[in-house]
Design a protein around this ligand. Structure first.
Ligand SMILES: [Fe+2]
Ligand SMILES: [Fe+2]
Length: 434
């Protein structure tokens, strides 16, 4: 873990927390040579940042520091109740009767070793949105597990993994999570490390390793093999990790996504389209849950009808990208090529299911005419197709990195992937702000 502390952005978060809160060294903080950098009892603040960040520390900061009003299991329950009270959509997703019975008790029984309680406190104070995300995902995951009648033991593992799942992000540069910014490929690759960072932290504790640490490590792996960091597939992805991923999808799409734009979308549609990525056993209960959310969505948004021109532009772009994909020379790059074609196949299946030819967007627009309902549905579907395409390109780029081959042979696929990623990033793929 010490390797994380070199220029680790987390050090900044901790020292600046000390500017407003009482953060104190509960033991001498030493570097790996044994030299004491900060004496026990010292109050930590930004003035100590340089000293701490320039040395490789003997023990992780979380172990050496204490902070007032640290997150506790009971505190998690209180914060979950607050969140349920302040976000009316959240109790609509989970069956309200199950909140007291199935959702809050496991949160109150999470075992919080001191370093993890400290880290959660840093998260709560420095990154409240992330902290709320952890609680939201935990509540939705616990709701799903209760519907599936998971054992108490499995539920407890799920609750703990959910609360820890994104803590690895605290060790990454906060600017990586600025959604308005176009990330370079190198920056995106850093984001892909967050499950592994959290795994390395958790694996030091017998209370968390391996059952909880592995679930956290796998929370971005997908049933169809499209996830990261290892690209596991099928039963190799732990059920709790898949359930966590599915719960996160509902949290992000149904509760955290900006819904004020002009495009109408349904959370149920999004979940349906993602069945293959998580497995239907976890998606079905969530679809039931999401129906309550969609019930309250306006049938047509306050901004009026779907923008026909924008939809037509997006359909044309989709067609162009798919046609270009067919022409890219992928010879000798089987693994990445297989991945891309299996994902594009899914995209074609989505279109087929609706009886539509993606190669003829003009015909589709004529067919849709002024049918508001149909236009809305297509607006949603096209957004999801772009989303799938974007995920495919990003994941392919990540896998492609590992393939060793001469630059000349890499060129066509490399260029297509990077170009497509740029195009997708600069396109309003949902037809409205996210
Ligand atoms: Fe997450
Ligand atoms: Fe994550």
């Amino acid at each position: 873990m010490n390797s994380l502390t070199q220029a680790d952005p987390y050090v900044k978060q901790v020292t600046s927390l000390g500017d407003n809160y009482e953060v104190v060294a509960k033991e001498d903080i030493r570097n790996t040579e044994g030299i004491s950098l900060v004496k026990r009892g010292t109050r930590i603040d930004s003035s100590l940042y340089e000293r701490l960040v320039l040395h490789k520390l003997l023990r992780p900061l979380d172990e050496s520091l204490s902070v007032a009003d640290m997150v506790s299991p009971l505190g998690l329950v209180v914060d979950a109740k607050r969140l349920l009270a302040s976000e009316p959509a959240l109790p609509q997703v989970v069956d309200t009767r199950s909140i007291q019975r199935d959702l809050l008790p496991p949160l109150g029984e999470i075992r919080l070793e001191h370093p993890l309680a400290f880290k959660l406190t840093v998260c709560r104070e420095q990154s409240i949105e992330r902290y709320h995300h952890l609680i939201r995902v935990a509540l939705i995951a616990l709701y799903t597990a209760s519907r599936l009648r998971w054992s108490r033991d499995d539920v407890q593992i799920l609750a703990t993994a959910a609360i820890f799942h994104d803590l690895g992000e605290l060790h990454l540069d906060p600017s990586l999570f600025d959604r308005s910014r176009l990330l370079t490929f190198k920056e995106r690759r850093q984001i892909y490390t967050h499950p592994t960072i959290a795994f390395l932290i958790l694996k030091e504790f017998s209370a968390y390793h391996p059952r909880i640490s592995q679930v956290v490590h796998q929370h971005h792996e997908r049933w169809d093999g499209s996830g990261y960091p290892a690209g596991l597939a099928g039963d190799d992805v732990l059920p709790a990790a898949r359930l966590l991923g599915a719960a996160e999808l509902l949290a992000v799409i149904g509760l955290e996504r900006d819904k004020t734009g002009s495009g109408l979308f349904s959370t149920v549609d999004v979940l349906n389209l993602n069945t293959g990525r998580f497995g239907s056993e976890f998606i079905l209960p969530l679809i039931e849950a999401a129906k309550h959310l969609d019930r309250d969505l306006p049938v047509s948004s306050s901004h009026g009808a779907v923008n026909r021109t924008a939809l037509s532009v997006r359909l044309n772009l989709l067609k162009e990208i798919l046609q270009e994909a067919k022409q890219v020379d992928m010879a000798g790059q089987e693994e990445v090529a297989d991945f891309i074609s299996s994902q594009l196949q899914r995209l074609a299946e989505m279109a087929n299911r609706c009886g539509i030819d993606l190669n003829a967007p003009a015909e589709l627009m004529t067919y849709l005419g002024d049918d508001e309902q149909a236009l809305s549905e297509w607006d949603v579907l096209v957004g999801e197709m772009f989303f799938l395409l974007q995920n495919t390109v990003r994941e392919a780029l990540r896998r492609w990195e590992r393939v060793e081959m001469p630059a000349r042979d890499r060129e066509p696929l490399d260029a297509w992937l990077r170009h497509t990623e740029m195009v997708l990033h600069s396109t309003d793929i949902y037809g409205h702000p996210r």
